[in-house]
Design a protein around this ligand. Structure first.
Ligand code: SF4
Length: 287
């Protein structure tokens, strides 16, 4: 991890708090994550601090839980909408931030879905709780390719330049007229979940480019991070249709998510974290 320009005391505190949280979650859940994923999560936090220090230092209400109970799905089921946001109050202005681990280009290319969700939170905060609100924005913590490249090259110069160009805050407009539609569409999703409708998208969808990422397909960007991919038929077809993957051995297909060292660390980490036989079964079961 590169060290310059970051106050060491804060960085040390963030690393310690991260490790402590991770250990608690690991022991509580009986699961661990691959070392590269853990390292990426830590980088998100450290770069969030480095890039958005002004916001981080001035947030007045963190992890504000917003709740909208008493909603009804199209099929008549009761449900509650819940969300967590950060609030910054400064100079008579109030800003609501929704932190996402997505990248900013993706958020900008899919602005309607983020608007819809944040508008519901704004509705709860401003109209139901009668709290002041001047602006809403998404903070997209996934850093862009330039930052990733600078980190892998361990180049402070490249990193400073890439961080300067990175715009992780995406302003979102508040349109109260769309709130009812959004709540209705949330209700439709609740019905699908309760009815057990979990059909994956088609192969065509997996082959489409991600909005805001012309050369990155859904099947690569989303599916390769999905735990269900080994039992997902569209992903299997996608992998086989991709020449790069088709050239690999079948075994490589099943191990492409991480290298041997990382896999071993993930396996032993889960063995250490699993307190009960059931925990192990859920991690290693092939059914
Ligand atoms: S691999 Fe996961 S994300 Fe991709 S289509 Fe299948 S279930 Fe959906």
């Amino acid at each position: 991890m590169l060290e310059t320009e970051m106050p060491v005391k804060i960085e040390d505190f963030l690393k310690q708090a991260f490790e402590q949280n991770y250990e608690e979650l690991r022991l509580d859940s009986g699961h661990t994550i691959a070392p590269d994923v853990k390292q990426t999560a830590l980088q998100h936090i450290l770069l969030y601090w480095r890039k958005l220090r002004a916001i981080a230092e001035n947030v007045t209400d963190t992890e504000v839980r917003l709740s909208l109970p008493g909603q009804e799905t199209p099929k008549g089921r009761d449900f509650t909408i819940e969300g967590v946001v950060d609030i910054l109050r400064e100079n008579d202005r109030t800003i609501m931030y929704d932190i996402k681990t997505h990248d900013a280009d993706y958020v900008r290319a899919n602005i309607e879905s983020y608007e819809a969700q944040l508008n519901v939170y704004a509705h709860i905060w401003h109209e139901l709780r009668q709290q002041p609100l001047d602006r809403t924005a998404v903070i997209a913590t996934d850093f862009p390719e330039e930052v990733r490249l600078a980190l892998s090259n361990e180049s402070e110069e490249m990193l400073a330049y890439a961080l300067k160009n990175w715009e992780p805050v995406v302003e979102i407009g508040f349109d109260p007229h769309r709130v009812d539609d959004t709540i209705r569409s949330f209700g439709a999703v609740v019905d699908c979940i309760e009815d057990g409708k979990f059909a994956p998208p088609s192969l065509t969808r997996l082959q489409e480019s991600m909005p805001g990422k012309l050369h990155v397909r859904f099947g690569t960007h989303v599916c390769r991070n999905c735990d269900a991919r080994y039992s997902c038929m569209p992903y299997r077809e996608y992998s086989q249709s991709t020449r790069r993957l088709a050239d690999r051995s079948e075994m490589h297909y099943f191990t492409d998510a991480m290298n041997d060292v990382d896999q071993e660390a993930w396996r032993t980490g889960n063995l250490d974290a699993a307190l009960e036989a059931d925990d192990l079964r859920s991690d290693f079961s092939t059914r």
